[in-house]
Design a protein around this ligand. Structure first.
Ligand SMILES: NC(=O)c1ccc[n+]([C@@H]2O[C@H](COP(=O)([O-])OP(=O)(O)OC[C@H]3O[C@@H](n4cnc5c(N)ncnc54)[C@H](OP(=O)(O)O)[C@@H]3O)[C@@H](O)[C@H]2O)c1
Length: 337
């Protein structure tokens, strides 16, 4: 199975590492031979139809910051969508930055690959939050697979889990913590009694929050994920603008202290059901499934037969997110057998 990988940052490099670590196992277990034939970052590409060496890709990127410096097979003039015209591949793995205003470049890359009858696996949420139905319909119309487990909750299994493990039950609603940065901030404010401002600065120093943390602390990232879960699991036709959003920047340490005294925690919760699409701070009971700490993500699925089912997992991280991508890639490969 020939992979074309676009976006070679934390997640893209994680995918290369995961393939390097697991390809022999995947070959033995599933009879799927994974080969990265093209990689692009914003500098250009590396292309080899016989397969690029995953460790050398990572090494080249970490030493020079340009994948186009890959020995012998680097291409400074071919980048992003142009790569899809010159490389012979089966599955696009798309890991470019999330853009919640236009969904680009992920949208164009995805539509191009789908139109060319290629399967697509993505960790990006921007294009999905804005154009979910268009992308899914396009994939169905072209009879290709389009998978996006990593776009919600990194390594927390939720989309494939809902479809493959709970098909007997109707999932009626989902509520959960879908953003690790805000969960880290609120957890620290609770345990340390510190202010929002100080805790945000601490998270930035630790590399948990971005220099511009708006997407996380204003609930935008969680709202994108809520759209993806609403469409893919609950079959609710909605887009980003349909979500009511309130972030955590107005939460005071006093409010957290008061909640704590009464046996509650404050968490940024996404609530997803036919009549409620919301991301907002909520009081949750201590020792309830919502009381996960640090950067963890969780979600409780309310079902008709199985009752409440809760999943928990690491919402971010290079190799953790790559694990979800690789699962999707394996499932695409298995579907071709
Ligand atoms: N990081 C996580 O833990 C995580 C978890 C779940 C989902 N995600 C999602 O996964 C995606 C990737 O995240 P990340 O953390 O890997 O981001 P990142 O470290 O910023 O990497 C993005 C990569 O995309 C490349 N790029 C940007 N524009 C491009 C273009 N037009 N054509 C080709 N490559 C382009 C960048 O090139 P340069 O290297 O040259 O700048 C970089 O290699 C995002 O959509 C993110 O929301 C991330």
């Amino acid at each position: 199975m020939k992979i074309c990988l676009i976006g070679f940052g934390a997640v893209g490099q994680g995918v290369a590492k995961a393939i390097s670590l697991k390809k022999e196992n995947i070959r033995n277990k599933f009879n799927i031979d994974l080969k990265i034939v093209g990689v692009s970052d914003s500098s250009g590409s590396a292309i080899n139809q016989d397969g690029l060496d995953e460790e050398l890709l990572i090494d080249t990127k970490s030493k020079t910051n340009k994948v186009s410096n890959y020995p012998k097979y680097g291409e400074g003039n071919i980048q992003g969508i142009e790569l899809l015209n010159v490389v012979d591949y089966d599955c696009l793995v798309e890991a470019t930055p999330t853009n919640i205003k236009t969904g680009e470049p992920a949208k164009s890359l995805t539509l191009k690959a789908i139109t060319d009858k290629k399967d697509v696996v993505t960790s990006n949420k921007g294009h999905l939050a804005l154009f979910f139905k268009e992308l899914i319909d396009k994939a169905k119309g072209n009879n290709v697979k389009f998978k996006f487990e990593a776009s919600v909750g990194g390594a927390m299994p939720i989309i494939n889990f809902s479809k493959n493990t709970l098909p007997s039950s109707k999932i009626e609603s989902i509520a959960g913590i879908l953003n690790g940065t805000t969960n880290f901030i609120l957890s620290r404010m609770t345990t340390e009694g510190s202010s929002y401002k100080d805790t945000l600065e601490e998270s930035q120093a630790l590399g948990i929050a971005e220099t511009d943390p708006t997407q996380d602390v204003e609930g935008i990232d969680a709202a994108c994920k809520a759209v993806i879960l609403a469409n893919s699991i609950l079959d609710i036709d909605c887009v980003y603008d349909d979500i009511e959003i309130e972030g955590i920047s107005n939460i005071s340490s006093e409010a957290i202290k008061l909640a704590k005294k009464e046996g509650y925690l404050i968490k940024l919760i996404a609530e997803i059901s036919k009549d409620n699409l919301k991301v907002a701070p909520r009081l949750v009971k201590k020792n309830s499934p919502y009381s996960v700490e640090g950067t963890l993500n969780m979600a409780t699925l309310k079902t008709d037969l199985a009752g409440n089912v809760t999943v928990v997992g690491k919402g971010a991280g290079s190799l953790e997110t790559a694990s979800a991508i690789l699962t999707d890639v394996i499932n695409v490969g298995k579907s071709k057998k």
